[in-house]
Design a protein around this ligand. Structure first.
Ligand code: UDX
Length: 422
């Protein structure tokens, strides 16, 4: 918003994050974000605070972008953070305001939040929903040039035209650049987001299911995906077979979708998502089995190098990371596991302190009985067999993301195994 020319205050309850951001330091790795942050701090358009009162005094448009993680022990989304924002902000509002939700929420949340906010606010307040579609690793570009803007408003309310006008003004530059703008009701806007993520998850699990069949027949899932991708109705993107999806969005969003559909009596409609989830989780155990097989049938006492801990490249995010999950399972099977990742080591150490961490690829691969590539960072796809040969104990590699050139590795005498690529 600051980059689009607006005067912005960012609120967070964590004083550590606020201090870092105020100093121009992003509290997580996201390519290009720090430059945007610094530029706008320097221009005086952006500041950070822990004070809701300051935010309420500053603005009439309040974006709500807090997390909606999976509840412990169930599929549903935890709306605790979303409610906390509305409950804290609404009583402090000083003039007619709109709260624009960006968080991924179960359908029906926005309407309920509108009532909640109005019960607490001393002034008129509206709630609209403007779902966020950015991908980690491409967040800056996706935010400044999104492929579409979706705005859900409460059409029952007289102020809905005012809300639309406020949001259109904020996004004027994007609208001028002809970014498609879809005006919807609240429920549709909420559902667009979960449906998009459910579709992406389904696409990945589809190709991973086909990959299992490829394994059973000796077919090659990568060539198959290329061939499918030429059909414009299908498209090649998100058809990369491998270790499957993880991260802070896709896994918990499909589960929250199932939970919410169940509450609405439409559980059967999205029952297939359970299978999407199953196919995805099966990838992780499959790679553990492949590692055991590579080590002669048992992982006990084996040295395993794991390259990659982030849930995808260009991110330091390890939430529900397939790579870290596999590393943990292999360790539980009795192997000594050493993990290296270009950006995610610190976060990995925090949630998985018992794994060994190396500060380079070569260090991770020292005396390895098998090397696993589990996140397709450029640093790993650029590896040549000779880079590892002086340090490994056995020339065996498992390509969990089908991102290496298997011919190169095989020609160098390595035992190479991919997923769905015999
Ligand atoms: C996702 C959505 O793409 C984004 O629109 C939404 O706003 C947030 O959730 P993100 O979590 O950043 O974004 O990751 P994404 O790029 O979608 O990848 C998710 C997972 O799928 C990763 O673990 C990735 O490795 C995996 N993946 C992706 C595959 O296994 N195969 C593919 O072909 C593509």
């Amino acid at each position: 918003m600051a980059e689009l020319g607006h005067d912005v205050i960012g609120v967070d309850v964590d004083p550590g994050k606020v201090a870092k951001l105020s100093d121009g330091v992003t509290p997580f790795y996201e390519p290009g974000l720090e430059a945007v942050l610094r530029r706008n701090l320097d221009a005086g358009r952006l500041k950070f605070t822990t004070s809701y009162a300051e935010a309420a005094a500053h603005a009439e448009v309040h974006f709500l972008g807090v997390g909606t993680p999976q509840k412990k022990g169930e599929y549903a989304a935890d709306l605790g953070y979303v409610h906390a924002v509305v409950d804290t902000l609404a009583p402090l509002l000083e003039r007619p305001s709109v709260i624009v939700g960006k968080s991924t929420v179960p359908v029906g949340t926005a309407a309920a939040l509108g009532e909640r906010a109005r019960a607490l606010a001393p002034v008129d307040v509206e709630v609209a929903w403007n779902p966020e579609f950015l991908r980690e690793g491409f967040a800056v570009k996706d935010t400044l040039r999104p492929d579409r803007l979706v705005l859900g408003v409460d059409r029952q309310r007289d102020a809905s035209a005012w809300v639309e006008q406020q949001v259109r003004e904020l996004y004027a530059d994007l609208l001028h650049a002809e970014v498609p703008f879809l005006l919807t009701d609240l429920a549709t806007a909420e559902l667009v987001k979960v449906s998009a993520n459910a579709f992406l998850a389904t696409k990945i699990s589809f190709i991973n299911a086909v990959s299992e069949v490829c394994d059973a027949t000796g077919a090659d899932v990568t060539v198959l995906a290329d061939a499918l991708g030429y059909d414009e109705r299908i498209g090649r993107r998100f058809l990369n077979a491998g270790l499957g999806f993880g991260g802070g969005c896709l896994p918990k969003d499909i589960r929250a979708f199932m939970a919410r559909a169940g509450e609405l009596g439409a559980g059967h409609a999205v029952a297939f998502l359970r299978e999407v989830d199953n196919i995805n989780m099966r990838r992780r155990s499959k790679v553990v089995d492949m590692a055991a097989q590579a080590c002669g049938g048992s992982l006990l006492g084996a040295n395993v190098a794991v390259l990659g801990a982030a849930f995808k490249p260009e991110s330091d995010d390890v939430r529900d990371s397939p790579a870290l999950n596999v590393a943990g399972m292999i360790q539980l099977n009795g192997a000594v596991v050493t993990v290296y990742d270009p950006k995610a080591l610190e976060n990995s150490r925090r949630i998985f302190p018992t794994l060994n961490y190396a500060t380079s690829v070569v260090e991770a691969c020292e005396r390895a009985d098998v090397v696993l590539v589990l996140t397709e960072w450029d640093e790993f796809t650029a590896l040549r067999p000779v880079d590892l040969e002086p340090v490994v104990r056995a020339k065996r590699v498992i390509d969990g993301r089908n991102c290496l050139d298997r011919d190169v590795w095989r020609q160098a005498g390595w035992v190479y195994a991919g997923l769905g690529t015999s």
